[in-house]
Design a protein around this ligand. Structure first.
Ligand SMILES: Nc1ncnc2c1ncn2[C@@H]1O[C@H](COP(=O)(O)OP(=O)(O)O)[C@@H](O)[C@H]1O
Ligand SMILES: [Mg+2]
Length: 495
C-alpha cells in the first residue's frame, strides 16, 4: 500500500537522521580533543564566556570545560569522565576510540548493514581485543621496578622531575597502600608557586599554629587530635544568672583546666583541633610550650591521625584517665610550621606511611598545567601497579588490530563489518599521534604494520621526532594496561 510505504520511508529517514545527528555530535567532541593526543599534541587555549583562559594539553580538561547539550555527545563525555575518575588518564584515547567506532558503525549502517550485525561484530571485536591486551600486559615486579619511572614519564609528557618525584613517593607509600582501592596517589599533590619541588615523607596541614609564642617545631612529638572544640563545656545562658549556674560554670572551668593539665602531663607536644580553642586553653598550652593548630579540616585531621598512628577524640573522651587516652595519641618525628608557605608539616609518623608531593610552578597557569600532568602521571603509575603495563605510542593497539584481522573470517557474514569498526578504533590512537606530529598517517601506519609483522613485534611504532620505526618498549614508552582495557570496556558496556 502506497501510504504504508511512505510511512516506512519517513521512519527510515528519521532513524537515519537521528543516527547522523548522534554521530556528528560525537565526532564534534572527538575533534575538540584529537589535536592534543600524544607527545606532539598541541596545547589548546580555552576561553569561556567570562573571558577566563585555560591553556592545556589534557584532553580531559577540554571535555570538562565543554558545554554540551546533545545527548550523544554528553554520553561520550560521560565515558571520558568515567575513565578519568576510575583510571585518571587515557581520556583522550578513550574518547577518540569511542568516536571512531561510532563513526564507522554509522557508515556501515547507512550502507545497509543491519544494526544488530554491526553491534554483534563490535562486541566480538572488543572481546578479542581485550583478551589480546590482557595476555600481553606485563606486571610490575614491585615498587622498585624501573617501569614505574617509565610510566610516569610517558603519562607525564616527558617531564623528568615530575616522574622522578613520583617514583620517590611510590617508594615511601609502599605497594600495599598503592593497591588499595580507596587510596589515590594523585591526592598527594600540593601545588605551590615559587618553591622547589620535593617529596615530603608525611602530610601537610594548610594552617598556621595558634600563636607565635608556641614552638614552631616539635621533634619526636606525641600528637592529640580533637574532632571538636578545645574549650570548657558551657552552662546555658539563662542559668549563668543564678548562683547555682555560676558555681557550675566555675566547676566546669576547673574541670577543663584539669583536662588540659592531664594532656600536658601525658607529654602531648602538638594538638590538632577541628574547631576553636578557648583562651584558657591557649594560655595554659602556650605556657607549657605545646603547639596547637586549630580549625583544621576533618579530612586533614583524619590524615594527620592516620599518619601519626593515633585516633581523633571527642571532647568528652578527654575526661577519661591518662591510661585510657594514651593509646589514642599519635607520634611523629617532626612537626613544624613552614612560616613562608603558612602550613604545618607532619613528618615521619609512626602510623601509615604517607607522602606529599610539593609541586612547583613559576606562574598560576604553569602550575595548573603541571598539576594536571603530575595527576596523570600519579594515576598512571598507580594503575600500572594494579594492572601491569603495555607498550605505548599506539603500538599495542595497532598490534591488536592486526590480530583482529586474523579473526575476521570467523565471523558470520555481515558481523565482520562490526569487527572492522573495532579495527579502525584500535588504529586511531597511532593515526592521530602521527597526524599531530605532522606525518602522513596512511603511509606511516602502513610502514609500522609491515614492520610489526615482519619483525613479529607488538611494540613497534613511529618515533614522533624522527619519523623512524622505533621500539616503544626499548624506549621506555609504557602505558598502564588498565587505561587501554578500560577504554574498550567502556564501549562494551555502552552497547
Ligand atoms: N615519547 C612518546 N613516544 C610515543 N608515544 C608516546 C610518548 N609519550 C606518550 N605517548 C603516547 O601518547 C598517548 C597518550 O597521550 P595523551 O595526550 O596523554 O592522551 P590521553 O588523554 O589518552 O592520556 C599514549 O598512547 C602514549 O603511549
Ligand atoms: Mg595522558
Amino acid at each position: 500500500m502506497p501510504i504504508k510505504q511512505i510511512t516506512d520511508k519517513s521512519e527510515v529517514d528519521e532513524r537515519a537522521s537521528a543516527l547522523i545527528s548522534n554521530a556528528s555530535a560525537i565526532q564534534a567532541v572527538a575533534a575538540a580533543v584529537e589535536g592534543t593526543l600524544g607527545p606532539k599534541g598541541l596545547d589548546t587555549m580555552l576561553v569561556d564566556r567570562f573571558g577566563e583562559v585555560v591553556v592545556t594539553n589534557a584532553g580531559f580538561t577540554i571535555l570538562d570545560h565543554m558545554e554540551v547539550n546533545h545527548p550523544a555527545a554528553r554520553m561520550l563525555i560521560h565515558i571520558a569522565k568515567a575513565q578519568h575518575e576510575q583510571i585518571g588518564d587515557g581520556t583522550t584515547t578513550a574518547t577518540l576510540m569511542a568516536g571512531t567506532m561510532v563513526k564507522e558503525g554509522l557508515e556501515h549502517i547507512l550502507k545497509g548493514v543491519p544494526v544488530t550485525r554491526v553491534v554483534e561484530g563490535i562486541r566480538r571485536g572488543e572481546e578479542l581485543a581485550l583478551t589480546f591486551l590482557r595476555q600481553r600486559s606485563r606486571q610490575l615486579t614491585g615498587i622498585e621496578d624501573p617501569l614505574i619511572y617509565s610510566v610516569a614519564l610517558t603519562a607525564g609528557r616527558g617531564q623528568g622531575d615530575i616522574a622522578r618525584h613520583i617514583a620517590v613517593a611510590v617508594g615511601i607509600i609502599g605497594r600495599e597502600r598503592l593497591l588499595s582501592p580507596t587510596f589515590r596517589l594523585r591526592d598527594c599533590l600540593l601545588p605551590e608557586k615559587g618553591i622547589q619541588s620535593e617529596i615530603l615523607p608525611g602530610v601537610v596541614i594548610g594552617r598556621r599554629r595558634l600563636n607565635k609564642q608556641m614552638p614552631g617545631a616539635q621533634r619526636n612529638a606525641l600528637v592529640l587530635g580533637l574532632e571538636d572544640a578545645l574549650e570548657p563545656e558551657r552552662v546555658e545562658e539563662e542559668a549563668l544568672s543564678t548562683e547555682a549556674g555560676f558555681q557550675r560554670s566555675l566547676e566546669l572551668r576547673r574541670d577543663f583546666e584539669d583536662v588540659l593539665k592531664k594532656i600536658i602531663g601525658l607529654g602531648v607536644r602538638t594538638i590538632f583541633v577541628e574547631r576553636g580553642v578557648s583562651e584558657i586553653a591557649e594560655d595554659l598550652l602556650t605556657g607549657a610550650q605545646v603547639t596547637v593548630i586549630r580549625r583544621i579540616s576533618p579530612r586533614e585531621l583524619r590524615q594527620a591521625m592516620r599518619h601519626t598512628g593515633g585516633r581523633a577524640l571527642k571532647r568528652t573522651a578527654l575526661r577519661r584517665s591518662k591510661e585510657e587516652i594514651a593509646p589514642f595519641l599519635g607520634f611523629a618525628q617532626e612537626i613544624w610550621e613552614d612560616e613562608k608557605l603558612g602550613h604545618v608539616r607532619i613528618l615521619g609518623g609512626r602510623g601509615e606511611p604517607m607522602a606529599t608531593f610539593l609541586l612547583s610552578g613559576a606562574t598560576e597557569a604553569v602550575l595548573a598545567e603541571r598539576e594536571r600532568i603530575a595527576k596523570d602521571a600519579a594515576s598512571s603509575v598507580q594503575a600500572a601497579l594494579q594492572g601491569g603495563v603495555l607498550p605505548g605510542g599506539g603500538s599495542i593497539e595497532l598490534a591488536a588490530a592486526r590480530n583482529l584481522l586474523k579473526h575476521r573470517d570467523e565471523l558470520n557474514g555481515m558481523a565482520s563489518y562490526g569487527l572492522d569498526c573495532v579495527i579502525e578504533a584500535l588504529r586511531r590512537p597511532m593515526v592521530q599521534m602521527l597526524t599531530n606530529a605532522g606525518f602522513n598517517p596512511l603511509e606511516k601506519v602502513a610502514q609500522v604494520l609491515s614492520a610489526q609483522s615482519t619483525q613479529e613485534s607488538d611494540s613497534l611504532a613511529l618515533c614522533c621526532d624522527t619519523g623512524e620505526i622505533a621500539d616503544m618498549a626499548e624506549r621506555g614508552v609504557w602505558d598502564p594496561a588498565l587505561v587501554k582495557v578500560h577504554a574498550l570496556q567502556a564501549e562494551v558496556g555502552r552497547q
